[in-house]
Write a protein that binds this ligand. Structure first.
Ligand code: BG6
Length: 479
């Protein structure tokens, strides 16, 4: 049974309400956490415990089995108005933590969750140490939200700051994509199917295409996005993590300690990109499902001459024996045609006895909004002549309709409770990915790669399609 006091920095934030409270509730409902847990929510606002409980009850909404159950769950939540730079406040926090540890018999186990502006991460870590909140009793684990730095240098600085209070094996850097059902399923597809395991290499795979498309714009996050852009927001973390799962060698076992070195090997063997390997672009006004959306530069908190990328696309190469010279194409962007996260693995075609050109076999992994797989095979068309045609084997379901796919955060918090860091970004991965992304940003800063534009509702600029043509292929998914 799991016992812990969670201290959450950023308790009034959007992430806490949308993801964390519902995820904790689902863990509670399934019995992963029962009586022996408490949550200390901290933020600057002067909330009372009762008010905070109301926020939590609202956040779990109709997930709750009954009103009384929701209230019982929320009674485990305590609130402290907290200024992260004020040492006095940490003393109060320490007292509350000790009191709750006794009250809920949590064995001194502590989980700290940093879900707020990253500039405070270092200050919080050093206070947690100096005020003895991290005191070496029970397990002590830190969950930290992205972004982990904005460059290699800032990531290194942040890492050093966290190291004042936590060892690497106590730090759980969230990349919520690693908690997604179908991303975790990449392991199953690759290593539980002899059909794929033996052909998952440069001899048989022609190219891999990763599409993380979003139809939403920057919403109310213009301020953050102006300092980030698609490359830092999605590629440095989510896309490179997924790429490492697709490209890694087979680990000796399905354990974090065996998987991690294989993932790191991929990231450390990424070939440094050429200037024309990447395309960046920004959305202009356009229409999605009969609704007209404004241009990025007209969004709130965005400079009207902003050159920030809302779309990034490109090609990666992994210089390992397994994948040398196989292009891994990717594209991600806001205000694209529709929300769709999927991976296409296109296999090479061999010479054949039919005297006809055959389509490549394609394995598609659908991550969201539907989850599942499809596999395109070549078969004979019905009829007297022998014409070949692609046939699609499709297995998909709508995760939300079935309601059986745990929310990524639920799975990730479960992993932290169990001390399992397999689905988190480790420092060496972060280091390797920033090294590469820094290089791209350096090139972009010199304007060697122009900023292109695309209409809201399209799948990005023409240049992203032309990039694949250079490799004699096309995007397989064209919604
Ligand atoms: C976040 C990005 O990490 O991922 C957001 O900061 C993006 O900009 C989001 O919208 C996408 O996540 P999901 O789970 O909706 O695909």
């Amino acid at each position: 049974m799991n016992q812990a006091v969670f201290t959450l920095f950023g308790a009034s934030g959007d992430l806490a309400k949308r993801k964390l409270y519902p995820s904790l509730y689902r863990l509670y409902k399934s019995g992963v956490i029962k009586e022996n847990f408490a949550v200390i929510g901290t933020a600057r606002r002067p909330w009372t415990k009762a008010y905070f409980e109301g926020i939590v009850v609202d956040a779990i909404g109709n997930l709750a089995t009954s009103k009384s159950d929701a209230q019982k769950f929320a009674s485990h939540f305590y609130y402290q108005s907290h200024d992260v730079t004020d040492s006095e406040h940490y003393l109060t926090l320490k007292n509350l933590q000790d009191e709750l540890c006794d009250k809920y018999q949590t064995n001194h186990n502590k989980i700290f969750f940093l879900a707020m502006a990253p500039e405070f991460f270092g200050t919080i870590a050093s206070h947690l140490k100096s005020e003895n909140i991290v005191d070496g009793q029970g397990f002590e684990r830190l969950i930290i939200e992205k972004p982990f730095g904005t460059s290699l240098a800032t990531a290194e600085k942040l890492n050093e700051e966290l190291a004042q209070a936590f060892d690497e094996n106590q730090i759980f850097r969230i990349d919520h994509y690693l908690g997604k059902e179908m991303i975790q399923n990449i392991f199953a597809v690759r290593f539980a199917n002899i059909l794929f395991e033996n052909v998952w290499n440069r001899d048989f795979i022609d190219n891999i295409q990763i599409t993380f498309a979003e139809s939403i714009g920057v919403e109310e996050r213009g301020g953050y996005y102006e300092t980030s852009g698609a490359l830092k927001d999605m590629v440095q973390n989510h896309i490179l993590q997924v790429l490492s799962l697709l490209a890694m060698d087979k680990p000796n076992s399905f354990s974090g300690s065996d998987i991690l070195p294989e993932k790191i090997k991929v990231l450390q063997n990424l070939r440094m990109p050429n200037d024309d390997d990447f395309v960046r672009a920004q959305y202009t006004a356009g229409t999605i499902s009969d609704h007209t959306y404004k241009a990025y530069v007209d969004e709130d908190n965005v400079a009207n001459n902003s050159k920030v990328d809302t779309f990034a696309s490109g090609v990666f190469f992994v210089d390992t024996e397994r994948f040398r010279d196989v292009p891994f194409f990717f594209r991600t962007g806001k205000r694209l045609t529709e929300k769709g996260t999927r991976i296409n693995i296109s296999f090479k075609q061999d010479t054949n006895i039919f005297g006809q050109m055959l389509e490549n076999n394609v394995l598609t992994i659908y991550i969201q909004p539907t989850e599942g797989f499809s596999l395109t095979l070549n078969g004979k068309e019905v009829g007297k002549t022998f014409e070949m045609a692609p046939i699609k084997l499709d297995y998909r379901h709508d995760a939300e309709t079935l309601g059986n796919s745990p929310e990524a955060y639920e799975k990730l918090i479960f992993d932290v409770l169990n001390g399992d860091s397999t689905n988190f970004s480790r420092w060496e991965e972060v280091q390797a990915s920033w090294t590469l992304i820094d290089k791209v940003i350096e090139t972009w800063a010199t304007d060697k790669t122009p900023l292109y534009y695309y209409k809201a509702g399209s799948m990005g600029p023409r240049e992203s399609f032309e990039l694949l043509e250079k490799y004699h292929t096309t995007w397989l998914w064209t919604p």
